[in-house]
Design a protein around this ligand. Structure first.
Ligand code: NAP
Length: 355
């Protein structure tokens, strides 16, 4: 690929999202012109944080209305862009209909964005936000992977519409992206595959699963016991920077696991408790797996018995070597990410101290 012209506009899809907000903040700070697609450009409440950033930055932003399932929506936003960063995809834990609410928008959205790239002569590179969820479905999958760890060579084969449907949606969407990229040669595809993204977003009132999880660790949800889920985590600022580096580095190619730390709810709770003390309602003890297995489905429909059996107490191990060597990622310490994110929740009044 020839180098991207930094003066050409850069398309970021899903501009109102948690990760997209931080990508756009970094692009604006570096003076770029951003074209952001959003579902509703008239929602001033959703755009206020982006507006404030644009006001204070050397870069500029324009909004374009686009739903993932509208095949005609993305071409106007892409006009003149050499770099497309496609982040938009539903990331929702509870859905009524996984095909309709997760898989269809993820897959059709990816197809629509990349089809627009095919008809937009200026586009040279597409950076797709995929996920570690496109590499593994359950922690139990990891032991049988080569080297017993997640690498870019592996694909998720265990997720279905009835089990880990979000992971299925990310797997199918990334798969479609590689197929479409392979059918032409004008633009190339680079994917970023993050584990759980945490860290302060541009708007302290951000919704979404990353904020929901961190809130649950400190709001008392886990006060009577912590389910021993092991996960990978990565700072949102590191993920955002990796997308931009992937966009501007001509030799960047293929998939990139973005995961700074092999950790879990128990370690994350301990780090936050050490830092913020007992003023907040962190858990201390680990819930026995059989209790999570027994009670999980009654507390949270996503905690099916199969999900608990195949994940609780089972290690998460990801190899992040490629992200460090190819994209130069220097991961922030886990404690920095967690404490800065949790402080944002406190300052926004989303987490209250014990009374
Ligand atoms: P988020 O805040 O929920 O952002 C998702 C974005 O997708 C939002 O802008 C949302 O628009 C947009 N979107 C969803 N359905 C849409 C539709 N039908 N039409 C148009 N836009 C639609 O989640 P996030 O954490 O930033 O996730 C961003 C990307 O990172 C996703 O691709 C996700 O799979 C991936 N990812 C996230 C994590 C994580 O831990 N957060 C980890 C790995 C990968 P609205 O704002 O209008 O809802």
């Amino acid at each position: 690929m020839t180098a991207i012209n930094p003066d050409a506009p850069i398309l970021v899809t899903g501009g109102t999202g948690y990760l997209a907000g931080v990508i756009i903040a970094q692009l604006l700070a570096a003076g770029h012109v951003v074209h952001a697609t959003v579902r509703d450009p008239n929602r001033q409440d959703r755009l206020a944080a982006l507006e404030a950033l644009a006001e204070a930055s050397p870069g500029s932003i324009r909004y374009f209305r686009a739903d993932l399932q509208d095949p005609d929506a993305f071409a106007p936003a892409m006009a003149g862009c050499q770099l497309v960063i496609h982040t938009a995809s539903p990331f929702i834990a509870h859905v009524a209909d996984p095909q309709r609410d997760l898989v269809d928008p993820a897959v059709e959205g990816t197809r629509n964005v990349l089809t627009a790239a095919n008809t937009t002569a200026s586009v040279k590179r597409v950076v797709l936000t995929s996920s570690c969820a496109a590499i593994y479905g359950d922690n139990a999958d990891i032991a049988s992977m080569p080297g017993g760890k997640l690498t870019e060579a592996v694909w998720n084969t265990s997720s279905t519409l009835r089990h880990q449907a979000y992971s299925l949606s990310k797997t199918l969407a990334e798969n479609v992206a590689w197929d479409l990229a392979g059918d032409q040669s004008r633009w190339d595809l680079v994917t970023i595959n993050p584990s759980l993204i945490l860290g302060p977003g541009i708007d302290p009132m951000t919704a979404g699963e990353s904020y929901a999880l961190l809130t649950q660790i400190g709001d008392g949800t886990m006060a009577s016991g912590i389910p021993d889920f092991r996960i990978g985590t990565v700072d949102v600022r590191d993920v955002a920077a990796a997308h931009i580096t992937a966009g501007f580095t001509p030799q960047a190619a293929g998939r990139h696991i973005l995961s700074g730390h092999n950790t879990g709810f128990v370690e994350m709770s301990a780090i936050l408790r050490d830092h913020f003390g007992d003023s907040y309602r962190f858990g201390r003890t680990i819930l026995p797996k059989f209790l999570v297995w027994l009670a999980g489905p009654m507390i949270n429909p996503a905690l099916t018995r199969k999900m608990v059996s195949r994940n609780v107490g089972i290690a998460f191990i990801a190899d992040n070597a490629k992200s460090r060597s190819a994209l130069g990622v220097d991961y922030r310490p886990l404690a920095t990410t967690l404490t800065e994110h949790f402080r944002q929740l406190i300052e926004a009044g989303r987490i209250k101290p014990r009374r």
